[in-house]
Write a protein that binds this ligand. Structure first.
Ligand SMILES: O=C(O)CCC(=O)C(=O)O
Ligand SMILES: [Fe+2]
Ligand SMILES: [Zn+2]
Length: 681
């Protein structure tokens, strides 16, 4: 009996060891693939601890204690949100001990158990990426008020009284707010400027404001105060305080527990700033107008590990720190002081400025009832728009969509291809062995094609001046959805088919009503305004509707749209007020009708692009977008007509056409797509 049991045990142990080794190897692969960290098999002083990161909920103290079981730790690097840590022991022997002793060690982190996998690394790179500096214009003044003053201020905020005459208090889903001076309204992200609250600001705050003026953080005394109170786990969604509502700067005094505020530039650069209690945050210039700020609702923050001798948290970009740990959040109360703006904002960031934006088209069109109506609608809401925005549009169109590229690259050498609606010609050079011709209704876009050395001519998609049967292939990418009646959409497909020789194939892409398919949101829906601020998010799968910022909805406070930058799109809904009129779509949201107007915001940098080819160049040249004058430098909004296709609609349309078969159809990033084959003349 005995020896047999031992045998079983021995087998089981080696199985476990094998499993551990497998997992450790897998962890090394993941680190290499996702983090670019390569592990080595020969022992060194440094180890990467997979799963031992702040991102796994492991705190610095906890990990340090475990690692010290193996010997003296020289340095421990824990990057914010990363799922690993890097440890360097004083000696190689300690590192080897750690490798043997701690590989597979399980740690209890809250209600989760994490398993550590350790591998040697050659050296530890203490550099960490990210943006090094604080957002321009952001200033953090620590110990702005004393502990005694902090108590006084907290006492002055009376959460019990609900005197709506004097203050307005709300329990939002994820925090409590109280407004003094003026109510900040979360429905329109603005204040009623002619409805001041009679009580003004609490007298107890006067010394804070005096100090702000004395220290030249502001020159004009704020007249509005929003008090936010956050319990651990609560936050505020990323937003830019509405430009047209408040002057520059915005002051926020933090009281109580420290928290981390995340700032994000539209280019994606983000900076996490630790706000200790009693500190004053001054958001000025770019940090006030362009960067979003928000507090992620969570119970722990990643903060620099404090030197116990100086318990005040360091303030700066967290990516500068290699010495980070988790800090449990407590109750934080912030006093945000702002000056209500009386004139339109004239900031240096028109791309983000609601004062610069032009709302709905003056007379929104209805769906056409006749051919003449349809032509008129398309002339105004498609053709002339593309001419105006050509340069900016072209600047946002770089990368061919992979499946379109694939279709083109499979063509036999010498194939003749027509790209009907070729835009800036981004597909014309994809297959150098084919002879590709582009055509587009927009003269400005055709000119851009020519400047890029492509063959292109001006033509309507409904009558292309090419002989029938001359093409081996045709593509129509994001074009047919711009036609305003079903007959015209069908006619556009017929025209493609006419151009094909028997056996020739056409690839058609149209925008889909279904932006979520197979439980996957399209990139159009997923891309947020922060990622795509300037109306020109890069076209990894470029939708034809770039140009308007997404609406930064407060997902934590449903119904609350927080950024004045972005709400302008959602406010433009002529369809709601004028029955029969086409409604204006809110970019980056699901479609709620098939026929609509999609805004294009011609951005400052687009002005350059327009000069390259757009008819709008004169307008832009006369009023450079970076001028400070809001009247001279509007950020014009153009509205393009779209008919978004429902599932099956494109195939159905193709099925009406004689002499073609649908070879395949698919959904690709929010587009419905078909490949047609012409079967006979
Ligand atoms: O809590 C804070 O410090 C910021 C509050 C804020 O951004 C706001 O109310 O707009
Ligand atoms: Fe704010
Ligand atoms: Zn502004």
């Amino acid at each position: 009996m005995e020896p047999r049991l031992e045998n079983v045990k021995a087998v089981r142990r080696s199985k476990e060891e094998k499993k551990l080794l497998r997992k450790q190897i897998k962890a090394s692969h993941t680190l290499l693939k996702h983090e670019g960290i390569s592990t080595v098999s020969k022992p060194t002083k440094s180890l990467v601890v997979a799963n031992g990161g702040l991102g796994n909920g492991v705190s610095r103290e906890q990990l340090q204690a475990v690692l010290e079981e193996a010997g003296e730790v020289g340095s421990l690097i824990m990057h914010p949100h990363k799922p690993y840590a890097l440890v360097t022991y004083r000696t190689e022997v300690s590192a080897q001990t750690g490798h043997v002793l701690l590989n597979g060690r399980q740690l209890q982190c809250g209600d989760q158990v994490v398993t550590l996998y350790l591998s040697f690394v050659d050296s530890v790179d203490t550099e960490s990426g990210g943006c090094a500096a604080l957002p321009p214009g952001l200033v953090l003044v620590e110990e702005f008020v004393s502990p005694e003053e902090e108590v006084l201020l907290l006492d002055a905020i009376d959460w019990k009284s609900h005197d709506e005459e004097v203050t307005v208090q709300k329990a939002l889903k994820h925090r409590k707010v109280k407004h003094y001076g003026y109510e900040f309204r979360y429905d329109n992200n603005n204040v009623d400027k002619d409805k001041p609250l009679p009580g003004g600001l609490p007298p107890a705050c006067a010394f804070v404001l005096e100090r702000c003026v004395r220290d030249r953080h502001v020159y004009v005394v704020p007249d509005q105060l929003t008090v936010n109170q956050y319990q651990a786990g609560q936050g505020i969604p990323p937003h830019v305080d509405t430009h047209s509502a408040f002057e520059d700067p915005i002051l926020s005094l933090s009281l109580g527990a420290k928290t981390v505020m995340d700032f994000r530039h539209p280019n994606g650069c983000s900076v996490a700033v630790v706000l200790p209690g009693r500190s004053l945050l001054v958001m000025k210039g770019e940090s006030r107008y362009l960067w979003t700020h928000g507090i992620t609702p969570r119970k722990f923050d990643v903060v620099p590990a404090c030197d116990p001798e100086s318990p005040v948290a360091l303030t700066s970009d967290l990516s500068n720190y290699s010495n980070l740990t988790l800090s449990r959040r407590g109750t934080r109360t912030s006093l945000t002081f702002r000056k209500v703006r009386r004139t339109p904002c004239d900031c240096a960031h028109p791309s983000a400025c609601d004062s610069r934006q032009v709302p709905a088209p003056p007379s929104p069109p209805s769906l056409p009832r006749s051919r003449t109506d349809a032509c008129r609608l398309e002339a105004k809401f498609v053709h002339s728009v593309y001419n105006e925005i050509a340069g900016h549009f072209s600047d946002t169109r770089h990368s061919p969509w992979p499946r379109v590229r694939h279709f083109l690259t499979l063509l036999a050498p010498g194939s003749v291809v027509a790209d009907v609606g070729s835009g800036n010609g981004k597909y014309l050079g994809v297959n150098p062995d084919a002879f590709a011709m582009g055509c587009d209704r927009s003269t400005a876009l055709v000119q851009i094609c020519s400047e890029r050395g492509f063959q292109a001519f001006v033509s309507d998609a409904l009558s292309v001046p090419l002989r029938s049967g001359v093409c081996d292939a045709c593509i129509s990418i994001a074009v047919i959805h711009h036609l305003s009646t079903q007959e015209r959409r069908q006619a556009a497909i017929e025209e493609l088919v006419r151009l094909l020789r028997p056996g020739g194939r056409a690839l058609i892409y149209v925008w889909a009503m279904e932006q979520e398919y197979n439980k996957q949101k399209s990139k159009y829906l997923k891309e947020t305004r922060e990622q795509a601020p300037s109306g020109s998010y890069t076209d990894n799968h470029d939708q034809e509707t770039k140009g308007c910022e997404a609406t930064a909805t407060d997902s934590h406070n449903p119904g609350q749209q927080y950024s004045g930058i972005s709400t302008q799109c959602s406010k433009v809904h002529p369809g709601k007020d004028s029955p029969g009129k086409l409604s204006v779509h809110t970019n980056r949201t699901a479609f709620n009708s098939q026929d609509l107007l999609v805004p294009w915001h011609l951005k400052g940098e687009g002005a350059e692009g327009v000069k390259k080819g757009g008819q709008g160049s004169k307008m832009i040249r006369d009023h450079p977008a970076d001028t400070q004058d809001p009247v001279l430098a509007p950020c014009p909004v153009f509205h393009r007509f779209y008919h978004v296709f429902q599932q099956g609609e494109l195939e159905e349309l193709c099925a009406r056409i004689i002499g073609v078969t649908v070879e395949c159809s698919y959904h690709d990033q929010g587009n419905w797509c078909v490949i047609l084959e012409k079967t006979r003349d």
